[in-house]
Structure formats: C-alpha cells, structure tokens
Design a binder for this molecule. Structure first.
Ligand code: HXC
Length: 513
C-alpha cells in the first residue's frame, strides 16, 4: 500500500522535473542553453537545493493551456559557498517560460521567504514574458513580483541573470533588482520585441541590437555584467555574493587575508604621470591598494569614465568609486553620475563602506549634457554621497575641480576622512579655464598672450592647485605619501567602523530620479 504511494511520488517527481518534456529539453540544449534545474544545480553547493511548489499547476480557464507541474518556474532554497540563498529559475521548456498567475505566485512566495529569512534572492530569467493565455492574471502576477522587488530593495541583495529571452514584463523585475548579469548572445532583454518594433515604427532591428548583452552593458546600463557563457555567469554570481552581506542588518563576510595591512607600495606614485594632461589607468591604483590586488568591477563597460566595484581591505568588503582618467579625462557626465549614485546607495543599504579615489577635471560641459539632464542626473551623485551613512573615505589623487570636487565624496557631503596626495589639485576651475576668466584683460593686452598664459597657468597651479590650502582649512584631513595609501585607508576604515549617524525621521527622501 505504502509502496504504491511512494511509487506515485517518484512518478510525479519525474514528470515535474521533466518540465515541458524531453523534446523541449533537447531544443533548449540544442540552443546551447541549460535547463532551469541544471542551472540551479551548478549555481548552488552540491546537494543543497530544496525545491518547493514543484507540483503547482495553472488554474486558467483556457482549455487550450496545457498543464505542467511547476508551471514554468522552479523555485526553492539552497546554499552558495555555505551561505543560504533563495532562488527561482524560469523554465523555458514550459510554454516558453511565460509567466502566468501561479508562476507569479510561486516567485512572490519565494521572495517573501528570502526576506523573512534575511537571505539573498537569485533569479534566472529565460522567459517569453506575460503568458498570453492567462491575460490579466499574468499581468497581476508581475504586479505582485514588482511589489516584492520593492519590499526587498535595501533589505536583501537581489541578483538576476538573463540567460535567454526576457521579454515584456520579464524585464522590469530584473531592473528593480540590484545586479543584472547577461550572458553574451543568449540573454536578451526588451520591452517589445523586433516584430513589434517593425510593426509600430517600421524599423528593422535584430534581437541582439535591440536587447542583447552588449547593448545593455554599454548603452542602456541595464546589465551590470556580461558573462561569456552560463558557467561564467554562475561564477560571477558566486563571486558577487562573496562580497555581500546576507541582509541589511549584517556585515559582509570577513575574508582572512595574507596581505599586510601596513603594506606600503612605492609603485603607486609612478602610475601618476608627471604631466597632468596625460592619461593613466586608475584601476592600477585600485589594485595596488586592495587586498591581494583583487577588484571585482561592476558596470565595467558602461560609463567607463567612472569605476565602481568591490574590493576587500584588511579582509572587509569595500565599495570603490573612482574617476577613470582614461575616458573623458575622468569628467563626470550623466551616465557616470547615475552609475556611481546607484552603486553608493547599494553599498549604503548593505553596510559596505565607500572608498572614493578622485581625479576629475569637472562635470562634462556642453549642450548634449545640459539638454539631456546633467543637472538632474548629476545631482543624484551628490544626493547619494550625502545620504550614505556608512564609513566614507576619500583620497584625492590628481585633479579635483569645481562641482566634481564636491560630488566625489568631498568633506561637507558628510565624508569621514578626506586624504589627498601631494599631487592633488583642488580648485574651482582648472588652471587654464581659471586664467582665461580672471586674467581675460591681461591676456588681451599682452604682446605675447601664449607666453603670458603659460606663466599665469604655472603661477596659478603653484599657488592654488595643490592640497595644502584645503588642508590648512581642515577640509583635507591629511596629505599623505602615495605609497602609504593602503594603510592610511585601512586605518580610517577601522577607526570609523563603529560610526553611528542618525538622520531626520521621514518616510523616504526624494532623490531626483
Ligand atoms: C505564452 C509563449 C509566450 C507568451 C512564448 N511562448 N512566449 N506562450 N505566452 N508570452 C511559447 C510559444 O508559443 C512556444 O510554445 C514556446 O513558448 C517557445 O516559444 P518560441 O517562440 O518557439 O521560442 P523562440 O523562437 O526561442 O522565441 C522566444 C521569444 C518568443 C523571443 C520569447 O516566443 C516571443 O517573442 N514571445 C513573445 C514575447 C512577448 O511579446 N511577450 C508578451 C510580452 S507583454 P510551443 O507550444 O510552440 O512550444 C508582457 C506584458 C507585461 O509581458 C508588462 C508588465 C510591465
């Protein structure tokens, strides 16, 4: 009697785990894609996955909608590197991973469990969007997921991987999560597909150009990471998790390091060119100060004039924000402001201190930037720094001019410790622009305007473009030897690790979106 029941359990289990059937699984494999269950298996630690809601089926009144156990999404919990996570993966073999009422309820339920347990939620998307047969119930399902995304925001880390089409409603939930990873040539995200674009706008566009990984990593900024393949995607998720706490009331895990906290590095100064107009790669500086030279960059291909990402210093996660003089000379523009502001807000939500490295000639001027909203977007960066109450340590390396000086974690934005290298140039404007304005008349009447300008620029640089005026006023806390940057930042991080800062009671602030 019992044997029969156990037999039935295994029959149903096999049926459910078969998703949309062998033919559909073969079709998935023939596209070079893994199935939802295979993905979960390689993402989680071996034998830790517990699936829930395996036997859920749709309850649509449409007689043509075939019933599949699981209803097109696999949900459950397990461990990554021994730490608890909750997970859902759309199953493309079932009705193209489209989302109906019950699939929506399954995802909302697993997200709620993740929040209750204070553990990250991971989503793997491979979906045709709202299930057409279920009409408003599938739209309502998305509504429920978006609500949970908002509730989880800043409470538990939310990470999404796009490993297949993410069409229609399937794009907005990832966009509301903290990090999106797209697999090259496999992940595609679009609100409306190429056919609709053709019909409505008479434009021919490929899936890849419209919503491929490259488009979203370089132009729209939707994708924080591009993975070469599914395995690389899973590696990236596991690495990303290693830098994050489980939830907003915990610290990121401490990772023992053999890298000396007092390590001084003479190579640091040699990276900075003598000529302030020459480019250099700020990532070299980041790697020299981080534990074991490890830096996990986010949004690597988007707004490359600013660098954001995670490193560890003395074994603790830090969020690095740094200008990149290799692109636009490190000037701040619309995209770099939004990119850095969002990253700072993530770090602040999850107790990750922020280390800022500055070398920027200012906000990018011009009609393009002004008309597209540099004021609106640029203000996000100011807001994010001011709002953040985690330890904030800034080090000015080279140029720090005007509004961009203020925006890059300057003292009065509530930064805890502000260092500068002796090479720092802190001024309202760069020397050339400043001279053109304050010596306009002298230059006009000079018999050799070029030579006069050169001299005036040199005098200005010697007199104003240095860190000592700011240090005299206490706006720079210490001018440091570049080779001591790592220990000086670590000492400041340790000193401010127990910092408490309170803010006025309010429902929420109103960042200029
Ligand atoms: C029901 C769907 C479906 C959907 C795909 N399928 N999308 N079923 N609802 N939204 C089914 C197909 O009928 C097919 O079933 C199976 O999934 C595989 O689909 P194919 O088209 O054969 O696969 P492929 O060629 O790989 O193309 C995948 C795709 C394409 C690019 C995702 O299917 C597609 O364009 N789908 C529609 C996308 C879309 O417009 N979605 C609605 C968005 S509106 P069989 O039985 O033949 O295997 C929306 C509104 C929400 O989401 C907004 C909230 C903010």
């Amino acid at each position: 009697m019992h044997e029969e029941k156990i037999k039935k359990l295994y029959q149903l289990k096999k049926l459910a785990e078969g998703g949309g059937g062998q033919e559909k699984i073969d079709a998935q494999h023939s596209k070079g894609k893994l199935t939802a269950r295979e993905r979960i298996e390689i993402l989680l630690d071996p034998n830790t996955f517990v699936e829930i809601d395996k036997y859920v089926t749709h309850r649509s009144e449409d007689a043509n909608e075939k019933k599949y156990y699981g209803d097109g999404v696999v949900t459950g919990f397990g461990l990554v590197n021994g730490r608890q996570v909750f997970i859902y993966a759309y199953d493309f073999t079932v009705l193209g991973g489209s989302l109906g009422e019950m699939a929506g309820r399954k995802i909302s339920k697993i997200m709620e469990h993740a929040m209750d347990c204070g553990a990250p939620i991971l989503g793997i998307i491979d979906s045709g969007g709202a299930r057409i047969q279920e009409g408003v119930m599938s739209l309502d399902g998305y509504g429920g997921i978006f609500f949970k995304n908002m509730m989880a925001s800043g409470v538990i880390p939310q990470i999404t991987a796009s490993i297949g089409p993410c069409a229609g409603g399937a794009v907005y939930s990832p966009a509301m999560t903290d990090f999106v990873i797209m697999v090259e040539k496999v992940g595609q995200m679009f609100v409306t597909g190429p056919e609709v674009v053709k019909e409505v706008l008479s434009q021919d566009v490929s899936f890849e150009d419209l919503g491929g990984a490259k488009t979203h990593a370089t132009k729209s900024g939707v994708a924080h990471f591009v993975a070469k393949n599914e395995y690389d995607c899973i590696d990236k998720i596991r690495t990303l998790l290693s830098f994050l706490p489980q939830n907003n009331s915990e610290e990121a895990p401490f990772v023992e390091t053999s890298d000396d906290i007092n390590r001084v590095d003479p190579k640091l100064l040699s990276i900075l060119p003598e000529n302030p107009y020459e480019q250099y790669d700020m990532k070299q500086i980041i790697k020299l100060i981080a534990d074991r030279g490890e830096f996990f960059e986010i949004h690597e291909l988007f707004a490359e004039n600013i660098i954001v990402g995670f490193a560890r210093m003395a074994g603790r996660s830090v969020g690095i924000v740094a200008n990149q003089p290799m692109y636009l000379a490190g000037a701040l523009d619309i995209n770099s402001s939004s990119k850095a502001a969002r990253f700072i807000r993530f770090c602040d939500s999850f107790n990750i201190p922020i280390v800022t490295l500055v070398d920027t000639p200012g906000y990018l001027p011009g009609t393009d930037q002004e008309s597209n909203g540099i004021i609106r977007h640029g203000s996000k960066l100011l807001y994010a720094y001011c709002e953040a109450t985690v330890p904030k340590i800034t080090c000015i390396i080279g140029k720090a001019y005007g509004g961009a000086y203020i925006a890059m974690g300057s003292k009065n934005l509530g930064t805890d410790v502000n260092y500068a290298w002796p090479t720092a140039e802190i001024a309202v404007l760069g020397p050339e622009a400043a001279i053109t304005i304050i010596h306009r008349r002298d230059l006009k009447h000079s018999p050799d305007a070029a030579a006069t300008k050169r001299k005036l620029v040199k005098d200005f640089r010697d007199k104003f473009a240095n860190p000592y005026i700011a240090a005299e006023k206490g706006i720079i806390d210490a001018v440091i030897d570049p080779m001591e940057t790592r220990p000086m930042i670590i000492h400041a991080l340790v000193a401010f690790s127990n910092k408490r800062e309170s803010r006025p009671v309010r429902k929420h602030g109103n960042i200029n979106l």
